[in-house]
Design a protein around this ligand. Structure first.
Ligand code: SAH
Length: 392
C-alpha cells in the first residue's frame, strides 16, 4: 500500500478520530497514489495512524480505519453489518408499514463518502468520494452478503455526486437486479421513489419523524407545503385530517410526482392541489389564509463562504411566511445546509419574526433522524435542523 506521511503535529485531529486529512497536513507520499486508491497514513515520526481513500482536493484522505487492516469485502461487510444493527436498534428494519430507511450515512457510519438508502427490496447506493466509486462492486457484494434475501436490487446513482475532473466515466446503473417497482412505504404512506432520475437517492428519507409530528398538527387546518418535492409532508397532513393541502415546488417533475403520490394514497381526494411555482413568488401572491405552513428549502449554503447570503435567504423566506400565516398558525421551518448551524438558523428565523412583528413561540426543535447518525468525532455530520413555531 502506498504511504502518506503527515507534517509534524498534523496527527492531532486523527488521534481524536476525526476522519478527514486535509491536503495542507501532508508532508510527502511514498509514491503518487491513483485517485480513489487506499493508502496508509503515517505521522512525522513514521508511526502508523490511519488507512483511507486518497483523492485530489482539499480533503485528501477520507479515513476508513484507524487500525492497520485490508479494505476488502470482509471490511465493508463488517461496517455494513454494524450499520444494519444500528437501524434494527432504532426500529426501522423489517416493518411492513415502513420499508424505507437510510442504511449508511457516510462518516456517521464510519464509511466516509458512502450513502445507502433502502426502499423496499431495492438499495440505492451513492458515492460522494472517488474511493467509494472505485470500490462500488466490492461494496455491492458485501451489501448483498449482509442483507441477504431482504434485498433484490442495488441501484448505483453517482452521476452527479462525484467530482467531474476525476473523469471516472461514472453512470447510473443497476449493480444487482433491475426492478421497476418503485413504491416504498413510509409510516404506512406510499411513495413512488424515482431512483433513476430523482433528487438525492430519489426521496428525502430524513424528514420521516418530522412528517409524523406534522400529522398531529394538521387536523382542520389549511396547509401549505412549500418546496414539497415528492409531497412527503402533504400526505401526512391529509391523513392527519387537514381541511385543504396545497403543495408547491418550482420543478414540474416534482409536482408530477406529488400528484402521482396523491393518487396512490388518496385517489380522487379534492382537498389536495399542487402548483409548479417559485416559492417566493407564491408567498407574495397567495390569497388562501393558511394556518399550517411548511418551509423545507434546498440547502441555501453549500459552503461556508456562502453563509452570509444563505442566512439572508432564510430570513427573507421566513419573513414572508410570518407575514402571511393566519393568527394561531403553526410554522414548520427547516434548513438542511450543513454550513448553517442551529444557532445561525435560529437567529435567521428570529430576525424574520421580528421584522414581521409577530409574537412567536418555539414548540419543537427538530433535527435529522436516528438513521442519519452523527459520528461523535465528526460534528460536521449534523446538517438538518428545524423549528416548529406557534405564530400568535
Ligand atoms: N420537503 C421535501 C424535500 C424538499 S427538497 C420532502 O419532504 O421530500 C427541496 C425542493 O425545493 C426541491 O424539490 C426543489 O425542486 C425545490 N425548489 C428549489 N428552489 C425552489 C424555489 N425557488 N421555489 C420552489 N421550490 C424550489
Amino acid at each position: 500500500m502506498k504511504q502518506v506521511f503527515l507534517k509534524r503535529g498534523k496527527d492531532e485531529s486523527l488521534r481524536r478520530f476525526h476522519p478527514w486529512i486535509f491536503s495542507g497536513a501532508i508532508h510527502h507520499m511514498s509514491e503518487q497514489p491513483e485517485e480513489g486508491e487506499v493508502v496508509e497514513v503515517y505521522t512525522s515520526e513514521n508511526e502508523y495512524i490511519a488507512t483511507g481513500h486518497y483523492q485530489i482536493g482539499s480533503i485528501m484522505v477520507r479515513v476508513l480505519s484507524f487500525e492497520q487492516e485490508n479494505i476488502d469485502q470482509k471490511f465493508y461487510a463488517h461496517r455494513l453489518a454494524v450499520a444494519l444493527d444500528v437501524r434494527k436498534s432504532i426500529g426501522v428494519v423489517g416493518r411492513a408499514d415502513n420499508t424505507t430507511y437510510r442504511l449508511v450515512h457516510g462518516e456517521g457510519d464510519n464509511l466516509p463518502g458512502l450513502v445507502i438508502d433502502i426502499y423496499g427490496k431495492t438499495a440505492v447506493m451513492q458515492a460522494h468520494s472517488v474511493g467509494m466509486h472505485v470500490d462500488r462492486l466490492t461494496i455491492a457484494n458485501a451489501l448483498k452478503d449482509v442483507m441477504q434475501d431482504s434485498l433484490d436490487n442495488i441501484y448505483y446513482k453517482s452521476e452527479t455526486t462525484l467530482p467531474f475532473k476525476a473523469e471516472l466515466g461514472q453512470e447510473n446503473c443497476f449493480l444487482l437486479g433491475g426492478s421497476t417497482d418503485d413504491v416504498a412505504i413510509e409510516n404506512g404512506l406510499k411513495f413512488h421513489v424515482d431512483w433513476l432520475k430523482g433528487q438525492k437517492t430519489g426521496f428525502f428519507v430524513d424528514q420521516r419523524n418530522n412528517r409524523s409530528l406534522l400529522e398531529h398538527y394538521a387536523k382542520g387546518r389549511k396547509v401549505l407545503n412549500m418546496f414539497c418535492y415528492t409531497g412527503g409532508f402533504s400526505f401526512y397532513a391529509m391523513r392527519g385530517g387537514a381541511e385543504l393541502v396545497h403543495s408547491v415546488d418550482s420543478s414540474q417533475k416534482a409536482i408530477d410526482l406529488t400528484n402521482a403520490n396523491v393518487e396512490l394514497n388518496f385517489p380522487g381526494d379534492t382537498r389536495h392541489k399542487a402548483f409548479a411555482e417559485d416559492a417566493f413568488k407564491f408567498l407574495d401572491q397567495m390569497e388562501t389564509p393558511y394556518d399550517l405552513i411548511i418551509l423545507d428549502p434546498p440547502a441555501f449554503a453549500k459552503h461556508k463562504d456562502a453563509l452570509r447570503n444563505a442566512l439572508k435567504g432564510y430570513t427573507r423566506l421566513n419573513k414572508k411566511a410570518f407575514e402571511k400565516i393566519k393568527p394561531g398558525g403553526i410554522l414548520f421551518t427547516f434548513s438542511c445546509s450543513q454550513a448553517v448551524d442551529k444557532d445561525h438558523f435560529r437567529t435567521a428565523v428570529f430576525s424574520a419574526a421580528a421584522a414581521a412583528k409577530r409574537k412567536v413561540r418555539i414548540l419543537h426543535q427538530l433535527h435529522q433522524p436516528a438513521d442519519h447518525p452523527i459520528n461523535i468525532y465528526h460534528p460536521e455530520g449534523e446538517y438538518l435542523k428545524g423549528l416548529v413555531l406557534y405564530v400568535e
